[in-house]
Design a protein around this ligand. Structure first.
Ligand code: SAM
Length: 280
């Protein structure tokens, strides 16, 4: 028995509900309650917050979020097999967990949540990256969430916090560092998961800034950054040619040398370029 919530150990839950991990759903479960508690704590103070948890699976992290005091957890899970296990957790924490079956890529969870909202997820890596970019690039800022605490393949985590001039610096770093304060909160070896994936993982914690570090339109900035890093070895005057025929004029107007390469540009310079494009 787990001391905190009186629920059975996760291995037993998995056995009882037939939750053998499915590769197609990117299922690598966290069964160590010490580890799930550390991730829940990395999300920040939870008492006054609603939590959106994406991909709860058998509910290890869900249980930790509740035990760490989350006001309310909305858990969105694509695999219907997990719902009975999640219902058991909801019964142990009356009124504090709502579990729904759904695809995080298509569902809009905001109706079920009351601010302040923190998002926590251990998701398949491809889904996690797509959601991260969406959460970082809404047209208006601040967004509906206060913080993101997300598990990634370690290499992707390093990209989110990377600095200019490094190999890891790219689209994710610029978009994340433009509007949030991002840091790696925890590094995990493959053996932390059941089954163990091939690669190491890391939890990234991103606190939203009240306002972006530099003004820019999210759509224009995303486009500029994607084009620049798509051909990261080329000079900007070549990699960005597709965006405007007179690209050198735009670059010079933003005070950027057209012979520089994408990885040499700071977030401030990318924003200056996006503003220059938006102004025509
Ligand atoms: N959070 C659990 C844990 O830490 O043990 C499970 C982690 S497992 C890596 C990813 C979970 O996300 C699985 O339960 C999977 O079914 C679910 N999932 C995959 N794609 C999803 C999607 N598009 N929307 C919601 N859940 C998804």
């Amino acid at each position: 028995m787990s001391a905190i919530d009186g629920l059975p150990p996760l291995r037993e839950v998995i056995r009882a509900h037939g939750l053998e991990a499915r590769k197609s759903l990117g299922q690598n479960f966290l069964l160590d309650l010490n580890l799930t508690a550390r991730i829940a704590r990395a999300a920040g103070p939870l008492e006054d917050c609603d939590i959106l948890e994406v991909g709860p699976g058998p509910g290890g992290l869900t249980r930790a979020l509740l035990a760490e005091g989350a006001r309310h957890v909305l858990a969105v899970e694509k695999d219907p097999r997990c719902l009975p296990a999640l219902a058991q957790i909801a019964a142990a924490w009356p009124g504090r967990l709502t579990a729904i079956e759904g695809d995080a890529l298509t569902i809009d969870p905001r109706d079920h949540l009351t601010p302040p909202i923190r998002i926590v997820a251990n998701l398949p890596y491809n889904v996690g990256t797509e959601l991260l970019v969406r959460w970082l690039t809404p047209p208006q800022w601040p967004p509906f969430w206060r913080s993101l605490t997300l598990m990634f393949q370690r290499e992707v985590a390093e990209r989110i916090v990377a600095q200019p001039g490094t190999k890891a610096y790219g689209r994710l770093a610029v978009l994340a560092q433009w509007r949030t304060q991002a840091r790696i909160a925890l590094r995990l070896p493959p053996e932390a998961f059941t089954p163990a994936p091939k690669v190491s993982s890391a939890v990234v914690h991103l606190d939203r800034l009240d306002a972006p570090r530099f003004p820019a339109d999210a759509t224009v900035l995303s486009k500029v950054v994607a084009a620049a890093f798509n051909q990261r070895r080329k000079m900007l005057r070549a990699s960005l040619r597709g965006l405007a025929p007179d690209i050198e004029r735009h670059l010079r107007a933003a005070d950027i040398d057209p012979t520089r390469r994408a990885e040499e540009l700071s977030v401030a310079q990318f924003c200056a370029l996006a503003r220059e494009f938006a102004d025509g």
